[in-house]
Design a protein around this ligand. Structure first.
Ligand code: ASP
Length: 375
């Protein structure tokens, strides 16, 4: 997990084996992407984008080039992913480091914390004596939205952090990693990406990290921001934004993780409500040491009667309860109702992260409720 600094990439390491037609197609796309970026920014010095790699399908090793072939997630080093990106040298000066090489379900809250500390350091101090204009984090898509939201809350900089992944591993037909990586680097290096906290870029769409969620098991257009839609898009014509997210993040966040250790991260679990749920799961989490529970309730956040009774009892003994909805969109209230904090429209897995981060800085109920309104 200790970041190994790799420095500027060599001009040529070795090439990935890909089907010739797919490679030619990608080369044309990527060269075009580079040419467009050059046209737009020809008088400007190229931005310095630091790529911090954590693994995922984007760094996967496939068993064959066949569509849907089996693969190992988080296998290839970042230098190999960057070396075959035609036109990249006209978009940005890219340096890279390997933070980890894991499937995204192997990324833990401890990784989030150490990664956030590392990214704050890079954006503040630069690397090897050079300032960094933006960061790209490569990541597995399954849990990408969790890491992205943690970074959104805890990387306190105006400079962009862009989290990117891929649905198809390198070397398979129509692999999306190379184009996603190019677009993420373009986005991270673009001036209009500043003051937007952490972004998620896949399939040429730019999403706010708070709202982005994986919605499809296999499609390359899996990331969506449900009710609100993407912030913008990035294509061969450049980086385009059409709206600004209102919630606090990035430099506007109050959450400073400097000096925090994994022991400072409180245990918060997510509990799904369904008819007939009797509260055994809630008691189990409390016994395992949870200090907070995010409840994914039905509809507007309701729970089965039996579960509701157990939760009230646990809340009286000091457990934090946050109410969300299992519907996947829409807001959930609860402010001022005592037992629960309402998570607004945060998805359960995001509300969990906000409660973890909030509890590292306050234990006041009013403050927790304010935080859920503002973030
Ligand atoms: N299993 C992979 C992961 O999340 C899936 C992906 O990256 O798309 O690491």
């Amino acid at each position: 997990m200790n970041p190994s600094l790799l420095g500027p990439l060599p001009g040529f390491c070795w090439r990935l084996t890909v089907a010739a037609i797919a490679l030619a197609g990608l080369a044309v796309l990527a060269a075009d992407a580079g040419a467009q970026a050059q046209e737009q920014e020809s008088d400007e010095p190229l931005p310095h984008v630091r790529v911090v790699a954590t693994g995922g399908t984007i760094a996967g090793r496939a068993q064959s080039a066949e569509a849907g072939a089996g693969y190992e997630s988080g296998a290839l080093p970042i230098e190999e992913l960057l070396v075959d990106l035609p036109g990249l040298d006209r978009i940005a000066e890219v340096t890279a480091e390997q933070f980890a090489n894991l499937p995204s379900t192997g990324v833990s809250p401890t990784h989030w914390l150490v990664l956030a500390q590392r990214l704050n350091e890079i954006l503040r101090d630069g690397v090897d004596g050079r300032q960094v204009d933006g960061i790209v984090v490569t990541h597995g898509t399954d849990a990408l939205e969790e890491t992205a939201y943690f970074l959104d809350l805890t990387v306190r900089s105006d400079k962009p952090v862009v989290v990117v992944g891929a649905m198809r591993p390198p070397g398979t037909v129509s692999a999306d990693g190379p184009i996603n990586l190019i677009r993420a680097i373009q986005t991270a290096g673009a001036q209009p990406s500043r003051q937007r906290g952490t972004l998620v870029v896949l399939n040429e769409e730019i999403h706010d990290a708070r709202d982005a969620t994986k919605t499809n098991t296999h499609s390359v257009e899996t990331f969506r921001s449900r009710s609100w839609g993407p912030l913008g898009n990035v294509d061969r014509g450049g980086v385009h934004y059409y709206r600004r997210a209102e919630k606090r993040d990035g430099a506007r966040s109050e959450f400073d993780v400097t000096g925090k250790t994994p022991e400072d991260l409180p245990r918060v679990d997510v509990l799904y409500s369904y008819n007939g749920a009797d509260g055994a799961g809630a008691r189990g989490f409390a016994e395992a040491g949870a200090v907070g529970l995010v409840v994914a309730g039905s509809g507007g956040g309701g729970t089965s009667r039996e579960l509701g009774e157990v939760l009230r009892e646990l809340a009286e003994s000091g457990l934090w309860l946050v109410r969300t909805s299992r519907t996947g969109s829409g807001s959930v209230g609860g402010w001022g109702r005592g037992t629960y904090v309402g998570a607004d429209d945060l998805l359960p897995q995001k509300a969990r992260i906000l409660l973890m981060v909030a509890l590292m800085s306050t234990q006041e109920a009013d403050e927790i409720q304010r935080i859920f309104r503002e973030y």
